[in-house]
Design a protein. Sequence first.
Length: 159
Amino acid sequence: MTINVGDRIPSVKLKHMTKDGIKDITTDELFKGKVAAFGLPGAFTPTCSAKHLPGFVQHADQLKQKGVDKIVCLSVNDAFVMDAWGKQQGVGEKVMMVADGNGDLATALGLELDLVPNGMGKRMKRFSMVVQDGVVKSVNVEKPGAFEVSNAETMIKQV
């Protein structure tokens, strides 16, 4: 079952790179305050690298001006890959790059994407959501292959 408005984000442990190395972060910690989160199938993939992540980097200041405490990029990649991709994309402090390496969050949210036939394993569907203190306020899940409703411009209208 896919996560819906009004649902609480499930409690899952994720990973992210810090100046001191890879650290655990729980969804309970991650989703404190007002959070603009977006998930995507994979780091360094075409749409994710050309449009999805760059849009949130470009519009980070607008989202923060509208009261967003943090912007979080989620993907079923490891923390090393998420960190390298963030550096390559120049995210700096604008977007927090968080690894759902085992796909635990993707599964718990009902947003798992089966790309096994494409040789890419189980991934995360493309989506965005606004979360306030762990509760989903809006959620936008893309149809397979689409990039229409999970972009930063849509998120700006929802926060």
